[in-house]
Design a protein around this ligand. Structure first.
Ligand code: ARG
Length: 588
């Protein structure tokens, strides 16, 4: 369905053209003075210079041609030459009814679907998930859902950190603890028990222990580095341990991500890129892209227009080992070969921006990625505590994701238990849904690239710009719709009629923006735009709710229109929280 703003812009463009001006001046924006008008066009001001004419006069020429507009009720010229617009109520009502008649609430899927590989999550195997991974998962999941909503094809890839030093650390610690295991023998061959020699909780204890030891003890550290080297160079026993670690860890990760309502299409990792490295390096050397620098192999990525130094992208250390950048380049080789993406986007901590600048430039320069493929870094900021420092547990340790989720859920449970109508299993489920909304909305409502303060009290509040407030609004609408039905009425075939009150029209206008907002959120890969929108929409609804009798309305025609408006509002809110990755309970 055409965006509501495009209907207005088209009429204005026509009018500009008819009046003898260029039609591109007919651009329309949302009003920044909602008290004065709903939409506005500033084209007359923009055209004044070109036509050597006062903007006010241009605007008047244009407005004179808009008298029998299909969508505008009031068009006013305001000094020095703004065109202020109010829409016809019947037009907005029709628009909402049409939205309800389409299966996608009026969103037109793109005619040119892109193939997008989305790299998000990025947990490191065998290390517990911490809140830093939360942001990548939440933002990435939402970007994926928004892109799909617009009709694009997305492959979400978790890109596990499964090939690094932490593996050598675990092997070294395991060797000290359980030397009787068969895996440590250089001559180890093939068959080994399916049963892993550790559980996930042991694994989560082994890693920090080993990491601590390596920091204190030089020999231990060297052993771990050597074990990493052997693993990466085909030691069969270590490879068997690695397989165990992956299996135990991945099944735990799957549980954790499912809990977060986050899912991936691909469970590939750094290890999967290794097979592509030798040929890639060979080619880069042969074609002169990579050169030696103090024994290491590097690709220069500095560009003339750079105002600061961008160091070369290192792809091989002097000892022959590959690096983080090597793996990311080889992963791109694989992605291009297997999926032919139009875009590869990375949802990663913004502190890794330089790394991605180097990788992207190297990939483009060497033809690993075709020139027309877009490489996009979606860097996110740090989630801080109220003290402005990275979010920690009360004891000052790194906050684990599970701990955070259970603390928030617990808090929500206490809150809803105060209102005694919800109990038992329902109370638990509801607490979980609201907790998830609190966390995700709290995160997504901030522009991703900014640091933000994770304020538990604020995020879990049922009032203000929070996830729980949005859910509360949806639940309130659902309850009205349920009551309406329980009075023997049906929701089928209800139509929004012309608005009767200002607050009602304001709500209609908000709901009608839905497909415009979704398109913008996709354009900028910016879930926070959807959050800002549903906050406005929820506020518009609550104002309407407080100023209007709905269930007590005696005029049946009016009431039907109100109910139809509530239904679209609820549908839009639900579609939006769905792309944000959370859902509303039946009651709360
Ligand atoms: N595992 C990395 C980390 O925890 C993030 C991976 C991001 N993705 C990538 N393709 N490098 O920092």
């Amino acid at each position: 369905m055409k965006k509501i703003i495009d209907y207005i812009a088209e009429e204005l463009s026509e009018a500009f053209e008819k009046a003898g001006y260029d039609r591109t001046y007919g651009k329309v924006t949302l009003s920044n003075r909602p008290d004065l008008c709903e939409y506005q066009c500033n084209g007359a001001m923009a055209g004044a210079k070109a036509y050597k004419k006062a903007p006010f006069m241009i605007a008047e020429d244009v407005v004179a041609l808009l008298e029998d507009s299909a969508c505008m009720e009031e068009v006013e010229v305001v000094k020095p030459g703004f065109i202020n617009i109010r829409l016809k109520k019947s037009f907005v009502a029709d628009y909402l009814n049409q939205m309800e008649e389409t299966d996608n609430l009026g969103i037109e899927k793109t005619e040119h679907p892109e193939m997008i590989v989305l790299d998000y999550g990025g947990p490191n195997v065998a290390k517990p998930l911490h809140v830093g991974h939360l942001r990548s998962a939440i933002i990435g999941e939402s970007v994926k859902r928004i892109s799909r909503k617009m009709g694009h094809e997305v492959l979400g890839d978790i890109h596990l950190g499964d090939w690094g030093y932490q593996m050598g650390l675990i092997i070294t610690e395991l060797k000290e603890r359980k030397p009787e295991l068969p895996y440590f023998d250089e001559a180890f061959e093939g068959e080994y028990p399916k049963e892993a020699p550790f559980t996930i909780s042991e694994l989560e204890e082994i890693y920090p222990t080993a990491s601590g030891k390596a920091k204190e003890d030089e020999t231990y550290r060297e052993n771990a580095l050597h074990a990493t080297y052997l693993l990466q160079n085909g030691h069969k026993g270590y490879r068997a341990i690695w397989n165990h670690i992956i299996r135990v860890s991945v099944s735990d990760l799957k549980k954790n991500y499912a809990n977060l309502n986050v899912s991936f299409d691909l469970w590939k990792g750094e290890s999967d890129a290794q097979a592509y490295i030798p040929d890639m390096i060979e080619r880069l050397k042969k074609e002169g892209f990579a050169h030696e620098d103090q024994g290491a192999l590097v690709i220069d990525v500095q560009e003339e227009t750079d105002t600061k130094e961008i160091p070369p992208c290192m792809i091989q250390k002097s000892d022959g080992a590959s690096l983080y950048g090597t793996t990311d380049l080889a992963t791109l080789v694989q992605r291009v070969q297997d999926y032919h993406p139009d875009k590869v986007a990375y949802v990663v901590d913004k502190r890794q921006e330089l790394h991605f600048t180097q990788v992207f430039r190297a990939a483009k320069k060497t033809g690993i990625v075709p020139a027309e493929t877009e490489l996009k870094f979606l860097g996110f900021g740090t989630m801080n505590g109220k003290d402005g420092k990275p979010f920690k547990t009360r004891e000052g340790g790194v906050m684990r994701l599970e701990t955070l989720i259970s603390e928030i859920t617990e808090k929500m449970y206490e809150k809803i238990s105060e209102n005694h109508s919800i109990e038992g299993e329902e109370a638990k489920q509801t607490a979980k849904l609201i907790g998830m909304a609190a966390i995700k909305y709290g995160d997504l409502s901030n522009q991703a690239s900014k640091d933000y303060v994770f304020d538990v009290d604020r995020f879990t509040s049922f009032e203000g710009n929070t996830g729980p407030y949005i859910l509360y609004t949806i639940v309130r609408i659902k309850s009205i719709l349920n009551k309406y039905q329980s009075q023997g009425n049906s929701l089928d075939g209800l139509k929004v009629q012309e608005a009767y009150a200002d607050c009602e029209k304001a709500l209609m206008l908000e709901a009608a923006k839905y497909n415009d907002v979704m398109a913008n959120a996709f354009q900028d890969l910016a879930p926070h735009k959807i959050c800002a929108y549903i906050y406005d929409l929820a506020n518009a609804f609550n104002r309407f709710y407080h100023e209007t009798k709905i269930l007590a309305e005696e005029d049946a025609g009016k009431q039907k229109s109100y109910i139809a408006l509530l239904k679209v509002t609820k549908d839009v809110l639900e579609a939006c929280i769905d792309v944000l990755g959370f859902e509303a309970p039946e009651r709360m």
